[in-house]
Design a protein around this ligand. Structure first.
Ligand code: PLP
Length: 426
């Protein structure tokens, strides 16, 4: 039990942070967090649980939008980073960087096909920027094809490939040469990909688009269309990568090997921000042969970041978190499908792959009510950025079955809360 003065201190701390958000960070964000019931400070976190300033605990089913595959503060990753901090966290970049070399070797060994060379950066959008740049340079072409509903980041190049007008319109004109085609439509890709196309960029499973899975023939067909036209296939595994969908990489569900793969989010083990793009020897040769610094990053590939990524990959591969994701994801999804069947007037569909699950609502406002009610009941979830009808469930891959059951109960109760509120409003 907290004393009255502890409760008061906690409330004052929240008020102080909100005021600073209002004055110095983002006033509308502060207001939205308040309305949504998220006006609490993430004070500590461990495993699948976030604790706020008052000691309330929440099971993290948002997982930092895919960052926390290993949960929060995984001890092995934290220790690896601490060890690296005590030696050399960032280097002068003049000499050799051993963690970078080890990490690149590790990525070459686990990524599919002949993906071999890695460039390290600091975020998903940077990984996409780099991928787009090397695709243009390696092919000598400029056109890029992406899909509706896609999310590749918010810097200018990645935004030019992102398929939601809400985020694009205020910044237009975006980069020339970008075309968007209907997601999961093979004919649409066939129509636009030509000998002027540098690359098609695609998520194997759309994350922010609403956890949308492609039909089984889609990715193999896109691969074939790219190959036939001499265009490169960039698969953006920033959210799907490293076990999230039940395989190490989502493309493996369809046996597809991209020419360039982007990674971020879970790559830093939930401890440090790390992004990367990985490609083939042939493409690397075309891009970096004459100038090894044609693309570079001051912070990318820093020793501490690479140590975090190496430790994360060690845990993911040795503890087979991809398989765990597949098994627990099937259990979670089966139960959410039952919940959908019990509530067809509110829920349209539950779908997903591994622990990348989306629950689609008929009405986005009800989805928002349910998110708020889940928070009150000790579960953190959020809607997908390009599709507010869909609540995403992306917990750490280390989640326990008992925690999944807790979330399912909370979901059931949150649906009832929403139903009751709607009855009152009728
Ligand atoms: C598939 C995909 N690509 C790229 C990004 C951008 O990553 P970041 O927010 O680290 O820039 C995201 C972020 O959600 C993503 O889901």
């Amino acid at each position: 039990m907290k004393t009255d003065s502890e409760v008061l201190n906690a409330e004052n701390a929240v008020q102080d942070v909100i005021e600073k958000y209002q004055k110095f960070v983002n006033p509308l964000q502060a207001a939205l967090l308040k309305i949504g019931g998220f006006d609490h400070i993430e004070t500590t976190a461990s495993g699948c649980v976030i604790t706020d300033e008052s000691g309330h605990e929440y099971i993290d089913c948002l997982g930092g939008f895919g960052v926390f595959s290993l949960g929060h503060r995984h001890p092995f990753v934290v220790q690896a980073v601490k060890d690296q901090l005590d030696r050399i966290p960032m280097s002068s970049k003049t000499f050799l960087n051993k963690p970078l070399a080890d990490l690149a070797e590790m990525l070459a060994s686990i990524t599919p096909g002949n993906l071999q060379y890695t460039f390290m950066c600091n975020s998903g959008t940077e990984a996409v920027e780099g991928a787009l740049k090397i695709a243009r340079m390696a092919t000598g072409r400029t056109e890029i094809v992406s899909t509706t509903g896609s999310y590749h980041g918010k810097t200018m190049g990645a935004l030019s490939a992102t398929g939601r007008d809400l985020y694009r319109a205020p910044f237009e004109p975006l980069l020339p040469g970008f075309t968007t085609v209907q997601w999961n439509d093979i004919d649409a890709v066939r129509t636009v990909v030509t000998d002027r196309t540098a690359a098609v960029i695609i998520e194997a499973v759309q994350g922010e688009g609403g956890i949308r899975l492609p039909s089984d023939d889609y990715l193999p067909a896109v691969r074939e269309i790219c190959t036939r036209n001499g265009a490169l296939l960039i698969v953006d595994e920033v959210q799907t990568g490293l076990g999230r969908t039940g395989k190490l990489f989502a493309v493996e569900h369809w046996g597809v090997v991209p020419d360039i793969m982007t990674l971020a989010k879970a790559l830093g083990g939930g401890v440090l921000p790390v992004g990367a793009f990985v490609s083939t020897e042939a493409i690397w040769d075309k891009v970096f042969r004459e100038n090894p610094f044609i693309h570079s990053s001051t912070f990318g590939g820093g020793e501490a970041a690479c140590a975090a990524a190496l430790a994360a990959l060690h845990i993911i591969t040795t503890e087979h978190l991809d398989q765990r994701s597949a098994e627990l994801g099937s259990y979670f999804l089966a139960n959410l499908i039952s919940l959908q069947k019990e509530n067809p007037d509110i829920l349209l569909e539950a779908r997903g792959l591994g622990l990348m699950i989306g629950v689609e609502f008929l009405d986005p406002d009800i989805a928002k009510l349910v998110i708020g009610s889940l928070a009150n009941r000790g579960v953190v979830a959020a809607y997908t950025l390009n599709n507010p009808n869909v609540i995403r469930i992306e917990p750490p891959l280390i989640i326990e079955k008992g925690q999944i059951d807790f979330v399912l109960e909370a979901f059931r109760a949150a649906l009832n809360d929403a139903r009751q509120l709607l009855t009152l409003l009728d």
